[in-house]
Design a protein around this ligand. Sequence first.
Ligand SMILES: CC(C)(COP(=O)(O)OP(=O)(O)OC[C@H]1O[C@@H](n2cnc3c(N)ncnc32)[C@H](O)[C@@H]1OP(=O)(O)O)[C@@H](O)C(=O)NCCC(=O)NCCS
Length: 205
Amino acid sequence: MKDKLLIIGASGHGKVVADIALKMNRWKVISFLDDNKNIYTSMGLDIIGTSGDIFTYVEEYEIFIGIGNNATRQRIHEMLETVGASIPVLVHPNAVIGNQVKIGNGTAVMAGAVVNCCTKIGKSCIVNTSSTIDHDNFIEDFVHISPGVHLAGTVKVCQGSWLGIGSVVSNNIAITKWSKVGAGSVVVKDISEPGVYVGVPVRRV
Ligand SMILES: CC(C)(COP(=O)(O)OP(=O)(O)OC[C@H]1O[C@@H](n2cnc3c(N)ncnc32)[C@H](O)[C@@H]1OP(=O)(O)O)[C@@H](O)C(=O)NCCC(=O)NCCS
């Protein structure tokens, strides 16, 4: 384990990620990379370069991607894997994680989130503020579960999907890869075609 953490992305999502890392109290140094060359600090932490500088820091730092876009996170995560970067899991101390939960590298679990027992969460996912993921869910890689989302038991969310703020998924539902579910929407049947789904119950738009 390295005692320095580098977060890629110093804006909204990156700042929340940094806040979790600070509260975990595990790294002596926490810094950012960001492609906006006009900013030098964020959250009181130094911005020490741009995304082009990643390779300079791979040996010395653990690296976490603080970028909300799922496809961008996937691209950078896969690049980091190919260069052997050490990618931690970040879990806010006020998240509740059940027994036999597995969480992949690069995933952030934010304040107030509850992940119930026997759920598996893949790589570089976002389990955002006060979302709940109940028992036996399977959340594949690069998924974003937005703030206040509720997933009932035995839900499967496939790679790259984005569940908008406050959306709800009923039990035993599967949502195919790279789907978007709108804010406040309710999913009561499987989503088997990738697309944008909104409303109560959802319809495709
Ligand atoms: C679903 C979403 C991605 C669609 O965005 P979009 O592709 O730009 O779609 P549009 O805004 O053009 O809306 C298309 C139609 O769907 C409707 N719609 C969009 N979002 C909706 C929602 N959440 N619930 C119900 N209807 C919705 C629009 O009113 C519009 O209907 P119309 O054609 O009858 O006028 C977006 O509205 C959304 O809900 N984003 C979630 C944001 C979020 O959760 N942020 C948290 C980040 S941490």
